[in-house]
Design a protein around this ligand. Structure first.
Ligand SMILES: [Zn+2]
Length: 168
């Protein structure tokens, strides 16, 4: 039963990640097209080691800027929405599997929001794979972890208390 719950949690977490990546790339694609940009892909980028969408443009424009921002910012929305749905259904506090899954979703949402800003505002650094971009990505995930921990640390204490590990 516990193994099943663990496998179920991991599978759901990976599925969320896959859906999230698809949402990110299709946001680039659809927003780009809606703004009249010629899009390339989605394709696998060996440089970024991730799926990517390109734009066949010769000069900078506000449409391009918006399309670059859109991937991460759009992808963050369903993740935040899923987290708040889980909270409203009381699932975050149900057990460790749901708690971990919610933490994962919350951290992914932070990562995506940061990624949207990085790709939009710091596009040249992102394409050049500047080390500061990597630090910013790690910082966003850590910020997600810290805020989730601050909001839901009590749940862990509750589990332990329920299991009799904490006496008071
Ligand atoms: Zn992107």
């Amino acid at each position: 039963m516990k193994i099943f719950s663990l496998v179920q949690g991991l599978a759901t977490g990976l599925l969320m990640l896959a859906l999230d990546v698809i949402t990110h790339e299709y946001a680039h694609l659809l927003v780009g097209r809606a703004l009249g940009l010629k899009t390339i892909g989605p394709y696998w980028s060996p440089e970024l080691l991730a799926p990517a969408v390109g734009y066949d443009v010769s000069e900078w424009s506000w449409q391009l800027t918006l399309a670059l921002y859109s991937g991460g910012l759009v992808a963050a929305v369903p993740l935040f929405a899923t987290y708040f749905l889980l909270v409203s259904k009381g699932l975050v506090t149900r057990n460790r599997m749901w708690w971990s899954l919610s933490a994962w979703i919350w951290m992914l949402a932070f990562y995506q929001a940061g990624q949207g800003i990085i790709e939009g505002a710091y596009h040249d650094m992102y394409i050049a794979r500047h080390l500061a971009v990597f630090y910013a990505q790690v910082a966003m995930v850590l910020l997600g972890a810290v805020t989730f921990g601050a909001m839901h640390w009590r749940d862990v204490e509750d589990y332990l208390r329920r299991k009799g590990h904490v006496r008071n």
